[in-house]
Design a protein around this ligand. Structure first.
Ligand SMILES: [Zn+2]
Length: 318
């Protein structure tokens, strides 16, 4: 006896198919945001850039930074685990100006992610959208410790430049995820409003100290001085990346006394012993600053980080 054939499946009539299609479209439209798709995986080199990407990306992005805010961004251990993070990145955001040249290129090569190579469609270098300061006019030699051969890479110490970067990250996210355009635009506008409000408050707090001269450990605060009206008297490093020498520190003590320098500023990833020495001998205050978002437990967002920097500088100048 022949086995009984299963009943033949019949196709639904065209009208039922049309109804099903309409219902699917309605369900998709009702879903909030990008719930149906995975968030874009954004990898940044430093926490400041990660914080800006989170501000404009919201829950349409999943962001991680290759370095921590307590680390010196010039010298990060190129651990292969970081290359694995880059392998699945939908977007890599770096600072540029050779800040990460000692550790990022080998990681990007190991990642085998062709789209995040320099100039690739999923690579955005923040320095490309900001006016750069401290561009050397003479010969530079990184081999003897000059870490800023293409100009100063520490532009996130200026909120106006950080806003340019945030807007450019939003534009890149929109290019990669056009369905999120309205979300990115709204979040960028909201971040811009909050930043402008904080900037007005910071400017008012700093105004009484315009023209005050300060010393910096590394040339990290060029852009901070640019927007605050404070003035750099010099750095404890003889050149960016070269450790302080006794002769240079002695010259800085003389300079600090002569110029009436009230504070010596230093990011918390540097050894502060030379700062403390110059402070003691010159009468200035030694002030430790978070080097980035995450560089202090209170610096959890970009605006909180910048607020902490401003409050510590104002506190030292009062
Ligand atoms: Zn530097």
């Amino acid at each position: 006896m022949r086995p009984t054939c299963p009943p033949r499946r019949t196709s639904p009539p065209p009208r039922a198919l049309a109804l099903l299609g309409a219902l699917t479209l309605l369900a998709a439209a009702a879903l909030p945001g990008r719930a149906a798709a995975a968030p874009l995986h954004v990898v940044t080199t430093v926490e400041g850039l990660a914080a800006l990407a989170r501000e404009v990306g919201g829950d349409r992005v999943q962001v991680e930074s290759l370095s921590r805010g307590v680390q010196d961004p010039h010298f990060v251990d190129a651990n292969p685990i970081l290359a694995v993070k880059l392998r699945g990145a939908d977007l890599l955001v770096d600072v540029g100006l050779e800040l990460e040249i000692g550790w990022l290129p080998p990681l990007v090569n190991q990642s085998r992610n062709a789209a995040i190579q320099p100039g690739g469609p999923r690579r955005f270098t923040a320095a490309s959208v900001v006016p750069v300061l401290d561009v050397p006019t003479g010969p530079v030699d990184r081999s003897v410790g000059d870490l800023h051969p293409g100009g100063n890479p520490h532009f996130l110490t200026d909120p106006t430049r950080a806003l340019l970067v945030a807007k450019a990250i939003a534009a890149k996210l929109t290019e990669l995820d056009p369905a999120g355009a309205a979300v990115y635009a709204a979040r960028t506008a909201d971040f811009s409003r909050r930043l402008e409000a904080d900037l007005a408050r910071w400017r008012a707090e700093l105004k009484p100290f315009a023209g005050e001269k300060l010393l910096d450990h590394h040339r990290t605060l060029t852009y901070f001085f640019d927007w605050t009206g404070l003035v750099s008297a010099g750095e404890l490093e003889p050149r960016p990346g070269t450790p302080p020498t006794p002769a240079h520190l002695a010259a800085m003590v003389t300079l600090a006394r002569r110029e009436g320098v009230k504070a010596i500023l230093c990011e918390n990833y540097y050894d502060t012993r030379s700062d403390e020495l110059v402070a003691r001998l010159s009468g200035a205050k030694q002030v430790t600053l978070p080097g980035d978002v995450g560089g202090d437990p209170a610096a959890r967002s970009y605006l909180a980080y910048m607020d902490l920097v401003v409050q510590r500088v104002v506190g030292a100048l009062k």
